[in-house]
Design a protein around this ligand. Structure first.
Ligand SMILES: NC(=O)c1ccc[n+]([C@@H]2O[C@H](COP(=O)([O-])OP(=O)(O)OC[C@H]3O[C@@H](n4cnc5c(N)ncnc54)[C@H](O)[C@@H]3O)[C@@H](O)[C@H]2O)c1
Length: 238
């Protein structure tokens, strides 16, 4: 009866996929939202475009109405935009802002009535690029920086109601997004700029499940006094 209702966006791949599996393994009832890919076994799959208000409203509204509450919303869905500033098109700017910034705005708004019932919480996946400057990711950094501040500001606004809002800022995680980014590096990348894209701690790239564990922790009762936190999980990159 105490099973939590957990909604994870971007559950069809990478960090979202791993996060949905971890919530499932913890005994939660998990809904995985995505426009592509397959969610983990034992996770309820819902097609949802987080950049489209009607889609977000329909899917989150249906989950909320079915259970009467939402305990956890993990906003993991995201796209990258990488390239020199002077080459960024309006379409690229709009896409990254629609998915990475307006998406969490809309999912949080639609989930809020149900989060209120549960005294639930939100974990947004921002990025190292949403905490510190990063070259060649200007549109993405602007969107993720916006998401970081959206997280902090909403945490303050909702704290009197006991609803927590936190963010995790991953460094380089071993997912398809990373190969997409690597393919977009300019061939003449200045080594001083490249150095700022490196993690300090030795060892392999961060795994999706490691970021998932941070998300699951922030969403857990053990973190009941943590809100407005922007957790750097980036191997010392920032
Ligand atoms: N991989 C990294 O190194 C890294 C670093 C920092 C931050 N992040 C962030 O982590 C999050 C997850 O990234 P990932 O690396 O797992 O990428 P990924 O490409 O493996 O997964 C992203 C998922 O989001 C989904 N998605 C994209 N647009 C969507 C939309 N409009 N509606 C619903 N779903 C949509 C994709 O279909 C995909 O399944 C993103 O927000 C990303 O910005 C990733």
């Amino acid at each position: 009866m105490n099973q939590r209702i957990v909604v994870v966006t971007g559950a069809g791949s990478g960090i979202g996929h791993a996060t949905a599996a971890l919530f499932r393994d913890a005994g939660d009832l998990v809904y995985g939202l995505d426009i592509a890919g397959a969610v983990p076994d034992g996770v309820a799959s819902r097609e949802c475009n987080v950049g489209d208000r009607a889609s977000v409203k329909a899917v989150i509204g249906a989950i909320g109405e079915e259970h009467g509450r939402i305990d956890v919303l993990a906003n993991v869905a995201g796209v990258v935009q990488f390239g020199r500033f002077d080459t960024i098109t309006d379409e690229q700017w709009d896409r990254v802002h629609t998915v990475d910034l307006k998406g969490p705005f809309m999912t949080m708004q639609e989930a809020l009535p149900y989060l209120r019932v549960a005294k639930g919480n939100v974990v947004n996946v921002s990025s190292v690029a949403g905490r510190v400057p990063q070259a060649y990711t200007v549109a993405y950094s602007a969107a993720k920086g916006g998401l970081t501040q959206l997280t902090r500001s909403l945490a303050l606004e909702l704290s009197p109601e006991g609803i927590r809002v936190n963010a995790v800022c991953p460094g380089t995680v071993d997912t398809p997004i990373v190969s997409e980014v690597a393919a977009m590096f300019p061939p003449d990348l200045d080594p001083r700029v490249a150095d700022r894209l490196m993690m300090m701690l030795p060892g392999p790239a961060i795994s999706p499940a490691e970021i998932g564990a941070s998300i699951v922790y922030l969403a857990s009762p053990a973190a009941r006094m943590i809100t407005g936190c922007v957790l750097a999980h980036d191997g010392g990159m920032s």
